[in-house]
Design a protein around this ligand. Structure first.
Ligand SMILES: NC(=O)C1=CN([C@@H]2O[C@H](COP(=O)(O)OP(=O)(O)OC[C@H]3O[C@@H](n4cnc5c(N)ncnc54)[C@H](O)[C@@H]3O)[C@@H](O)[C@H]2O)C=CC1
Ligand SMILES: O=C(O)CCC(=O)C(=O)O
Length: 451
């Protein structure tokens, strides 16, 4: 590998990564963006290169894959695959969500776990990074089926996790219901009541504001970026994708701040409500999605607005875009459309929602563009606060947690500015987040010897 020329080093490292991890496209994408941001910094700080920190960071400390057998309500037997990628524990126990979705594979969990390491470092809380889940699809399953699956999944997972080892939480397809079933099974097997999962129910060890934290935090981050330009969310038209946990609370916070959210989506299509999704309509979405688990199309029928079948929200005119659904949901073409329509703020509520091409288009256009590891770090940050409350056996109030969340998001923003500010005063938040997240983990790894 060429340790003198950043461009050549980047190319060499990506070739090395691809040769070692063939066909893991999402993982290659996530690492490539990080290496591109870091290369110049690494060449100027060769101790990280000599210690092979990046080579170590892209190799998970441990990957656990396991069988998850369960039976449906008719007694038919199903077999799913479970995963937990324990990526890096240099600055704390592994921490990160579980995703239940039929599309998952090892590449997706490795990209998510790699991003989680840097994200958790940015929060300034003592959390390492991990991610996991299963190809189980909760859609269309009864509560009892979901419970049996979660119990089977947690039975194996419980051997590998613990409040000081690895603390899972929710992600796509895993919310309060699933965390409850898994926590219950863990407690039964281990005979201990500990803060092993976060996103727990409020009556049994959960933190106030955890459900809201990712969506709220994303909007707080967007507001901080706008503040740098003497502007705010107030009066802005906001396109939001997804309609799950992150999207719902992003809508709520945009409303609190005087913006107008106009879209929501799911894997079948997008609703466009030019009048704005107000609080009453948001309540409808929460019942639709969290209660009887329907499709977003029903919103269009309820409120007589446009529904774009099999389309994403990015063709709608907006000032601010908050992608809050899933990875690679903004293509290069979508980025062109957004930019062409005057969108000048993109804050990623989801993990890696912009493709490699889209990301570069946003960076080249010089808009306010916040990568997921910075903008959506509020969720895991409040998970960290839930762990603290569990350890201390106390509960903070809603206001206390929200204030801490806001402070963490402002600090992450300022850290990105510190490491990502260009000579002309503009900020490359991708570079800032990647360097800042990396430095703390890398220094800790060096201090801990060859681990
Ligand atoms: N829940 C959390 O605290 C955090 C979540 N995230 C990320 O935010 C994103 C959304 O997660 P949640 O809201 O928690 O999940 P969720 O399960 O509550 O909602 C996911 C939403 O994305 C949509 N979606 C899923 N796959 C899709 C696809 N292939 N095409 C279009 N839409 C799709 C679903 O219809 C749903 O509306 C994910 O990228 C997740 O990794 C990031 C940080 C924390
Ligand atoms: O709260 C957590 O531990 C997980 C959050 C998460 O999965 C994420 O930040 O992507």
């Amino acid at each position: 590998m060429n340790f003198r020329d950043p461009a050549q080093y980047t190319e060499d490292f990506i070739s090395y990564l691809k040769a070692k991890n063939p066909r893991e496209n999402e993982f290659h994408q996530a690492v490539s963006v990080v290496v591109e941001s870091l290369a110049e910094f690494l060449v100027k700080n060769p101790r990280y290169l000599q210690a092979k920190i990046l080579e170590r960071m892209v190799e998970p400390e441990r990957v656990i894959m396991f069988r998850v057998p369960w039976s449906d309500d008719l007694g038919n037997i199903h077999v799913n695959r479970g995963y937990r990628v324990e990526m890096n524990s240099a600055i704390g126990p592994y921490k990160g969500g579980l995703r239940f979705h039929p599309s998952v594979n090892l590449s997706i969990f490795k990209f998510l776990a790699f991003e989680q390491v840097l994200k958790n470092s940015l929060t300034s809380l003592p959390m390492g990074g991990g991610k996991g889940g299963s190809d189980f699809d909760p859609k269309g399953k009864s509560d009892n089926e979901v419970m049996r699956f979660c119990q089977s999944f947690a039975t194996e997972l419980s051997r590998h996790i613990g409040p000081n080892t690895d603390i899972p939480a929710g992600d796509i397809g895993v919310g309060g219901r699933e965390v409850g079933f898994m926590f219950g099974q863990y407690k039964r097997l281990r005979n201990e009541f500990t803060g092993v999962f976060t996103g727990k129910g409020i009556e049994w060890g959960g933190s106030l504001i955890r459900p809201e934290a990712t969506g709220y935090g994303t909007v707080y981050f967007a507001e901080e970026m706008l503040k740098m330009r003497g502007d705010s969310i107030k009066g802005k038209t906001v396109a939001i994708s997804g309609s799950g946990n992150v999207a719902q609370y992003a809508v709520e916070k945009v409303l609190d701040m005087g913006g107008k959210p106009v879209t929501l989506s799911d894997s079948n299509g997008t609703i466009y409500d030019p009048e704005g999704i107000d609080r009453k309509k948001l309540e409808y979405v929460k019942i639709l999605k969290n209660g009887y688990r329907g499709r977003i199309k029903e919103y269009a029928e309820e409120y007589n607005v446009t529904y774009f079948e099999n389309q994403r929200p990015w063709s709608v005119k907006c000032d601010v875009a908050l992608p809050c659904a899933t990875q690679n949901e903004i293509s290069g073409e979508d980025a062109d459309t957004l930019l062409g329509n005057g969108c000048f703020v993109v804050a990623e509520g989801a993990n890696m929602p912009s493709t490699y091409e889209a990301k570069h288009k946003f960076l080249e256009a010089g808009i306010l563009y916040a990568p997921g590891k910075a903008a959506n770090a509020g969720g895991v940050a409040v998970s960290g606060l839930e762990m603290t409350q569990n350890s201390m056996r106390i509960n903070w109030t809603r206001e206390e947690v929200d204030q801490k969340l806001k402070t963490i998001m402002v600090n992450i923003h300022n850290t990105c500015v510190k490491y990502g500010q260009n000579p002309d005063g503009s900020v490359n938040y991708v570079k800032g987040a990647n360097i800042a997240g990396f430095v703390k983990v890398a220094n800790s790894m060096i201090a801990q010897g060859l681990v």
